[in-house]
Design a protein around this ligand. Structure first.
Ligand SMILES: [Zn+2]
Length: 258
């Protein structure tokens, strides 16, 4: 089974988000499964699960990462070039290079999800399709073991799209369960907040404890960082003072997110 997530947030306010509590419950319910990368995935093995996130949203780092790290699950991040570029220019909605590095440290692998997130089946020009589907080198350099798998935006494709994808990738994921059934049309479960995985129901009580524990400890860590930077700000001069001012303000902002 391949699970497809987008956002994980404390409060669900759209169709592509799942609540932090629900996500924790899903992760708890996977403890008896074998969570693998796409590379090692055998679709006919009912015990295997692949966790994937599409589009590269910052909420994956903020909310999903502490839980993934706790369980030590590997996971795949399908990135869109234009969204990544925005993040590099300061857009806080998407994951930037540093965020991706932090996620890779805890088991994240980077894969591709097009240049601009278009409806690929509507593009009839072969060259344009290639431009959308082939990942640029500066992104590929971020993860030497990544960018070998592809995910179709909106889960739509046609024969020509698959032909181009085959040129650049080992396989591709769609968003529908039992879709296609080949390595280039791997089906997945598009997880929404009301998606119930079997086995998850027995975790209602554990989930609250774990959420509180994980996020409480992260908040405390961030708070100590804030205190440290603020202290350094008071005792330093000149350029260093400005550096620590920026640092403690950033840390303060982070404590407020939890
Ligand atoms: Zn997408």
């Amino acid at each position: 089974m391949i699970l497809l997530y987008h956002h994980v947030k404390p409060e669900v306010d759209d169709e592509i988000s799942i609540s932090l509590e629900k996500f924790t419950k899903h992760m708890l319910s996977l403890q008896d499964k074998t969570v693998v990368y796409l590379e090692d995935y055998n679709p006919s093995d009912a015990n295997q699960v692949v966790i994937t996130f599409d589009d590269g949203y910052k909420s994956v780092l903020t909310y999903a990462a502490p839980i993934l790290k706790h369980f030590g699950y590997p996971f795949e991040l399908f990135l869109v070039k234009d969204f990544y570029d925005k993040a590099q220019q300061g857009d806080e909605f998407f994951l930037n290079e540093n965020d991706l590095k932090s996620l890779m440290k805890i088991g994240g692998r980077l894969q591709y999800h097009t240049k601009s997130h278009p409806h690929l089946e509507e593009i009839s020009d072969y060259k344009k399709l290639e431009e959308e589907i082939a990942a640029p080198d500066y992104m590929k350099n971020l993860d030497k073991s990544g960018f070998e798998w592809f995910a179709y935006p909106f889960c739509t494709y046609n024969d020509m799209v698959i032909e181009v994808v085959k040129k650049y990738y080992k396989g591709a994921r769609t968003g529908k369960w039992l879709d296609g059934g080949t390595i280039y049309t791997l089906g997945s479960v598009f997880v929404k907040d009301d998606t119930i995985l079997s086995e998850e129901l027995s975790f209602d009580e554990q989930v609250c404890d774990l959420c509180t524990k994980l996020f409480h400890s992260k908040k405390i860590k961030e708070f100590f960082k804030y205190l440290f930077y603020k202290l350094m700000f008071f005792v330093s001069f000149g350029e260093k003072k400005e550096y620590f001012r920026a640092k403690y303000k950033e840390a303060k902002k982070r404590t407020e997110t939890y």
